[in-house]
Design a protein. Structure first.
Length: 168
C-alpha cells in the first residue's frame, strides 16, 4: 500500500498534491463556478425593470423641478419688466398704452402713436420671451398698474396663464 501511495505521489505534480486537485477535478469546479456566478435571464430582466422604475421616478421629479424653475423665471421677468415700466412712467408721466406700437415694445422702440412720450429713452434692447418661448403680453386699462402676461405651457389654454398681478 505504501508503495502504491509513493508511486501516485511521484506521478502527481506538487501543486496538485498541495491543493488536492487533479486537472480533471479542477476543470469541473471552474465550470460549475461560472454557472453559479452568472445571472439568469429572469434575474437580469428583474434588475432592468427595477432600474427602469427608479429612472422613471427620477425623470418625473426632474421634469417637475424644471417646470417650477420656469414659473420662477417668469416671476423674475415680471419684476424686471415691472421695474422698467415704472422707469418709463417716471420719465414720461404715463405707462405705454395698449396701442400696436406701444405696450412692452415702447421699452426698446420709441412709440409714434398717442400718447407719444416726451422724454423717451431706450430702456431695453429687446423684450425677452417667456420661459416657454412665447412673447409676453401687455395689458393696461389706463388706471393702476399694467399687467404682464405669460401664456404658460399651452398657448390656447388660458387657465395656465401667469399674470404679473397674480399673488404667487
Amino acid at each position: 500500500m505504501m508503495r502504491q501511495y509513493l508511486n501516485q505521489e511521484r506521478s502527481t505534480p506538487s501543486y496538485q498534491r498541495v491543493f488536492g486537485q487533479t486537472s480533471k477535478s479542477r476543470h469541473q469546479s471552474q465550470s460549475k463556478g461560472r454557472l453559479r456566478r452568472g445571472l439568469t435571464l429572469l434575474e437580469m430582466m428583474i434588475v432592468v425593470a427595477i432600474i427602469g422604475i427608479i429612472m422613471g421616478g427620477v425623470a418625473y421629479k426632474i421634469i417637475g423641478f424644471r417646470d417650477a424653475a420656469k414659473v420662477n423665471q417668469a416671476d423674475a421677468d415680471f419684476r424686471m419688466l415691472g421695474n422698467l415700466l415704472e422707469q418709463y412712467r417716471n420719465s414720461n408721466g404715463h405707462y405705454p398704452s395698449n396701442a400696436n406700437d406701444q405696450g412692452l415694445k415702447a421699452l426698446y422702440e420709441k412709440p409714434t402713436s398717442s400718447p407719444v412720450p416726451k422724454r423717451w429713452n431706450q430702456l431695453f434692447k429687446e423684450i425677452p420671451t417667456d420661459p416657454w418661448g412665447r412673447p409676453y403680453l401687455y395689458e393696461y386699462s389706463g388706471g393702476g398698474r399694467p399687467v404682464i402676461i405669460s401664456q404658460g405651457i399651452e398657448e390656447a389654454d388660458e387657465s395656465d396663464d401667469l399674470r404679473s398681478d397674480d399673488d404667487v
